[in-house]
Design a protein around this ligand. Structure first.
Ligand SMILES: *Cc1c(COP(=O)(O)O)cnc(C)c1O
Length: 429
């Protein structure tokens, strides 16, 4: 299978190149040259769905047995779908090691990178900017993987204390960089690294942000899982969104043949995409801090992919995708109500998704269609938000509580690329 650049359809590369480099040489994002049609009728388990669907993109570049192993190992945790109100479901994607859905992408990508590297002795540097959850999942996925160094950048003071522990307590092949700046600064510095000549000469760099196609492939799988679990009716998915990797992966699943009624792009007040869906004008703004911090993204990096998928047609994208945004006040209130009424604790990102689902129902006067809200993180990861707005401390699962006693280890850095580059090149660690 070949992958082309969103900026030039004639620029095609292999799966291996796409994954090991992250970005296309012209700065575009990789897209599969075609979507083969998918038949899941023989699949029973999630790992079987995972193999069938991902093989449509791998298409011979990794042999079937190895891909089956990758799927079995990467997705070794449950994906419950909980009906929280009639026809409204939360698909809990947070039962992996770091308790956020990012585990799907990171665990699959780590195994793909290992499988595709032709020279195991050669070192690869995986670089990632994180607004909270990605970095932890990538660190967990790649920790101890031979031949790979991970460098992760996070905005100082803008991730939760637990998330910070998940970023900074690994050691070994994982280096955490605490950036005096915003997530967008972190993302910009990652992009600059790929354009920098000295960096290119010294390191084999790949990006583990959702710009990497290896992150998107596994994120299609749970949409397919939901269709299978709930019967193959057309579903509506409400996707709490920031960089729009998750929603883009949903569109990939649709292109493989998944029946779909609608995607709802639910965001916090970082709402450039919902505004685009409303007006046709994409006007990204600097990101603003919210209680759903993993979605504090000013300029969604996967917007470019969405535009490519829908041929830049507002009309076409509107057929599949509706967008809404919600402020912190509404988000916290919905968390509180849901907990009081249904005894279900949802995290702030999931709450934004739920608000989107409910607004859609109201606007469409549709109480019947099943809507699946993607539950992207475990609420205990946002215990401060729960404490502030619901007035109690959620029970912290063991997987997270063991981190509180571990020592934070990070390298401070300004938002100046030159300074970051020195750290990246190992001149200051
Ligand atoms: C990353 C993240 C999101 C947003 O996903 P995108 O693919 O960036 O749109 C939503 N919720 C949580 C908890 C996340 O970690």
């Amino acid at each position: 299978m070949k992958f082309y650049s969103t900026r030039n359809k004639n620029l095609e590369e292999t799966l291996s190149y796409s994954i090991l480099n992250g970005l296309a040489p012209d700065g575009g994002l990789f897209m599969p040259e075609k979507f083969l049609s998918l038949d899941l009728s023989q699949c029973r388990t999630f790992a079987e769905i995972a193999f069938e669907a991902s093989s449509k993109f791998v298409d011979g570049d990794i042999d079937d047995e190895e891909l089956k192993n990758i799927c079995n190992e990467a997705f070794n945790f449950p994906i419950p779908i909980v009906e929280i109100a009639k026809n409204t479901f939360v698909m809990e994607l947070f039962h992996g090691p770091t308790m956020a859905f990012k585990d799907f992408g990171a665990r699959f990508m780590a195994r793909m990178v290992s499988a595709l590297k032709d020279d195991p002795a050669q070192r690869t540097t995986v670089i990632v900017a994180t607004s909270g959850d990605t970095g932890g999942a990538v660190a967990s996925g790649f920790h101890g993987v031979r031949g790979i160094d991970v460098v992760l950048l996070y905005p100082k003071g803008k991730v939760s204390p637990l998330q910070e522990k998940q970023l900074t307590t690994w050691g070994d092949n994982i280096t955490a960089i605490e950036v005096e700046g915003s997530f967008d600064d972190c993302q910009r510095m990652v992009k600059e690294s790929f354009h920098d000549q000295t960096v290119k000469e010294n390191l084999n760099l790949t990006a583990a942000n959702s710009i990497n196609i290896a992150r998107l492939i596994p994120q299609m799988l749970y949409y397919l899982h939901a269709v299978k679990e709930l019967g193959s009716k057309e579903l509506i998915f409400s996707v709490p969104s920031g960089n729009f990797g998750n929603l883009t992966a949903g569109v990939f699943a649709k292109r493989l043949g998944m029946p779909l009624k609608k995607f709802i792009a639910s965001t916090n007040i970082n709402d450039a995409v919902p505004r685009y869906l409303e007006s046709g004008a994409f006007e990204p703004k600097p990101s603003v801090k919210t209680i759903s911090n993993a979605m504090d993204v000013g300029e969604a990096s996967n917007f470019e992919r969405l535009m490519d998928l829908y041929g830049n047609s507002l009309e076409d994208i509107q057929k599949d995708v509706t967008g809404y945004s919600f402020n912190d006040e509404l988000t916290a209130l919905r968390m509180k109500q849901l907990y009081e009424e249904k005894d279900y604790l949802i995290d702030p990102h999931g709450a934004v998704g739920l608000l989107g689902a409910e607004k859609y129902r109201e606007e469409q006067s549709d109480s019947e269609s099943p809507i699946v809200v993607l539950g992207t993180a475990h609420p205990a990861k946002f215990n401060e938000v729960v404490e502030d707005h619901l007035g109690f401390s959620p029970e912290i699962p063991h997987r997270l509580s063991v981190l509180t006693d571990k020592k934070k280890n990070s390298i401070p850095c300004s938002n100046d690329f030159k300074e970051f580059k020195e750290i990246l090149l190992g001149k200051r660690r």
